[in-house]
Design a protein around this ligand. Structure first.
Ligand code: AP5
Length: 230
């Protein structure tokens, strides 16, 4: 059974920060639709360049484009032991498409983590965020250049004040219903994302291990009962 994790939460909640760390520590691929689109823009990919106009306004890219990107990425063999999704799904349509993909894969359930942070703190974080203009990594506090590649630090194109408010509005309208879609599952967990990043990490890791362990136990019991019934 794979360890399949989704990081949910509004813009600035720390999904990318935690997804990066967790994926690195567990040896899983991090799949961020936002990062993939931004990389595509740098490479002048026509689909990503079309998406850029929506991203710069804080709007969502259409479901069909995003689902195709994720389907291709999840088809790669490195996702067999599991994956960490960051920024996907963002609509109920995307969540339903992911469920269909998960059924085809038959490699374990989704563990869904909702990272909760008050709106005022989200606005503060995004207002002060700097990223590397070369590799796109979030800057570490107090550094004048990128800690990873030495690139120059810049403001992310969609971190402009008005665009941030639009992104938050769209999150409420399009993405909050996805939480209701997942909330009924035994593998759904909510973490307090307003704590220091290392405390978020500690709580989140416990929750993921607990949810994945519970799902594995249930699957094992089902297998035993099925064998007993044969
Ligand atoms: P995407 O790149 O996914 O952006 P987002 O969801 O708006 O999320 P952010 O990257 O802004 O925030 P985050 O939660 O990852 O926080 P982070 O860790 O960076 O999407 C961008 C755009 O692409 C969308 O608007 C849309 O147009 C398009 N798109 C992408 N996916 C799509 C999809 N599925 N469907 C349709 N369109 C899609 O942290 C933020 C800051 O806070 C950083 O500076 C960080 O250092 C800091 N920080 C993190 N944790 C803490 C902490 N605990 N305490 C204090 N500071 C912290």
């Amino acid at each position: 059974m794979g360890l399949n994790v989704i990081m949910m939460g509004p813009p600035g909640a720390g999904k990318g920060t935690q997804a990066d760390r967790f994926a690195r520590e567990r040896g899983l691929p991090k799949i961020s639709t936002g990062d993939m689109l931004r990389e595509g823009i740098k490479e002048q990919n026509p689909v990503a360049l079309e998406a850029k106009q929506l991203m710069d306004r804080g709007e969502l890219v259409d479901d069909a484009t995003i689902i195709a990107i994720v389907r291709d990425r999840l088809a790669r063999p490195d996702t067999r032991p599991g994956f960490v999704l960051d920024g996907f799904p963002r609509t109920v349509g995307q969540a339903a498409a992911l469920d269909r993909l998960m059924e085809e894969r038959a490699q374990g359930p989704l563990v869904v983590i909702d990272v909760v942070v008050p709106e005022q703190e989200l606005v503060r974080r995004l207002g002060s965020r700097r990223i590397c203009g070369r590799c796109g990594t979030n800057a570490e506090a107090g550094r004048s250049g990128c800690g990873k590649c030495g690139g120059e630090l810049v403001v992310r194109a969609d971190d402009d004040g008005q665009v941030v408010l639009e992104r938050l509005k769209i999150y409420e309208r399009a993405t909050r219903p996805v939480l209701d879609y997942y909330r009924v599952r035994s593998t759904f967990r909510v973490v307090n994302g307003a704590q220091a990043a290392e405390h978020v990490a500690r709580d989140m890791d416990r929750m993921i291990d607990d949810a994945a362990g519970g799902a594995a136990r249930v699957a094992g019991e089902r297998r035993i009962s099925a064998r007993a019934a044969e």
